[in-house]
Design a binder for this molecule. Structure first.
Ligand SMILES: Cc1ncc(COP(=O)(O)O)c(C=O)c1O
Length: 431
């Protein structure tokens, strides 16, 4: 009897949930090699590590958390989130462009969620009709598929990188994006696209300003052409505060409004905000769904919908970080001290990336464009074979669909050249 038929109490949709997370199984291989005394390099995990391999912690956030009153740890938060935190969430999503966007007539709202994952779940469960496909790039963070499937949704994809018709520096296949959008708008009542930008997981790609504008414009035009089809552009901002242009999307939206592009009523833009990485509080499960729309009533309605969805799923999001971070960012000095620590962590990432990309060039490794955030990406046909060949040199990476993810966030700065060398050997680039 196989395992599935043995578990006759499990509903059919529960049977689909199989397998261990691939990232954790490759991390275990690194750990076993290191424990056996090998000089092993860990490029597997998606958390930022210091060069000595310990978890990087924003000391200002940590110190502030430790002074929080007991009641802030113990009490429930309001179901929709602490008001001061919701205000902070909007500011973290929009940065200095917030005032401009509000003066241009946009209303903003937010609902607190358990991390960015909770925000993605809120969007999946409310912005697409069951059975619809959500539009993704063809390289995406693996859990997206589970969030969508769990909400009865499918996915459609377009290529990560441009075809020959678009300039390579656009880092966007606008034609493919637009035609996929058209297809979906013809057949569905709702169109939603998830875009992890800037600092895409798993590649580190960030769209340049022109591509952001072109994508937003295509989305607005589609919403205008298909006025009875709801359009939601969800920007997954899991790593944006480590990017060169952290608030590029807010700037692009402001530019579009400034240029007089009309915002269709059936269009919503939202941000799935995660404080896990930006404030190094992965385990405190703090994030928010932030939404922008020209009608205040729409934003009010979303507050209710998201609050009720949260209530029915996880109750309230955890309180303590909502309280502590809204207090910390409420003063200029607090915000400044957080950002100094954040800058230190960001420069760790950029040093590793620069050295890695340089070494890839030297060794002839054809690495994907990579700009910001935690990862880099080697696109290939047989990712498991490449990752195995790297593991054979005690460099541990993660094979995913279409390529190998290099967790620069975890690799000590002095070891990044070794990763490029291992890839060169694994892929025969040095032969
Ligand atoms: C692309 C992406 N989106 C969202 C998240 C959600 O993060 P969390 O739920 O830990 O805040 C992550 C975390 O790894 C991520 O990589």
């Amino acid at each position: 009897m196989d395992e599935a038929s043995a578990m006759q109490y499990l509903a059919s949709h529960g049977h689909d949930k199989t397998g261990n997370d691939v990232i954790f199984s490759w991390l275990a291989r690194y750990q076993n090699a290191a424990a056996a005394g090998a000089s092993a390099v860990n490029g597997t995990i998606g958390a930022l590590l210091e060069d000595d391999g310990s978890l990087a912690i924003n000391g200002v956030v940590d110190a502030a958390l430790r002074t929080a009153p007991a009641a802030e740890f113990a009490a429930y938060a309001p179901l929709k989130g602490l008001p001061s935190f919701l205000d902070l969430a909007v500011s973290l999503a929009l940065g200095d462009h917030r005032a401009t966007l509000e003066s241009l007539g946009l209303h903003t709202g937010a609902t607190a969620s358990p991390g960015g994952s909770g925000a993605l779940y809120l969007a999946a469960s409310n912005f697409a009709e069951r059975g619809d496909a959500v539009l993704l790039r063809d390289r995406y963070w693996g859990p997206y598929a589970g969030f969508l499937r769990g909400c009865g949704l499918k996915s459609a994809t377009y290529p990560l990188l441009p075809s020959a018709n678009e300039p390579a520096t656009a880092h966007l296949d606008l034609e493919a994006f637009s035609s996929s959008l058209d297809e979906l708008a013809k057949t569905q009542q709702s169109v939603m696209t998830w875009l992890n930008d800037p600092a895409h997981n798993p590649t580190g790609l960030s769209l340049p300003a022109e591509s952001r504008f072109a994508l937003l414009n295509a989305f607005m035009e589609s919403a205008t052409r298909n006025e009875h089809v709801g359009h939601t552009l969800l920007l997954d901002a899991a790593y944006h505060l480590y990017a060169d242009e952290p608030h590029g999307w807010a700037e692009t939206i402001a530019e579009a409004l400034d240029a007089g592009l009309p915002w269709p009523e059936n269009m919503l833009v939202c941000f799935a905000l995660s404080l896990s990485k930006s404030h190094t509080i992965y385990g405190l499960r703090t994030g928010a769904l932030v939404y922008l729309h020209p009608e205040e009533a729409s934003v009010q309605r979303l507050n209710d919908v998201m609050g009720v969805t949260g209530r029915q799923t996880w109750s309230a999001a955890p309180r303590v970080a909502q309280h502590v971070l809204s207090e910390l960012h409420a003063t200029e000095a607090g915000g400044q001290s957080w950002s100094e620590e954040r800058d230190r962590l960001a420069s760790l990432l950029s040093q590793r990336r620069e050295r890695f990309l340089r070494a890839c060039t030297q060794h002839g490794v054809n690495i994907n464009p990579s700009h910001d955030g935690f990862f880099a990406w080697y696109e290939c046909e047989d990712p498991v074979a490449v990752a195995e060949a790297c593991a054979g040199q005690h460099v541990y990476l993660v094979p995913l669909t279409g390529g190998v993810r290099i967790g620069l966030c975890a690799v000590p700065t002095s070891q990044v050249e070794r990763v490029a060398e291992a890839l060169a050997v694994a892929t025969g680039a040095t032969q």
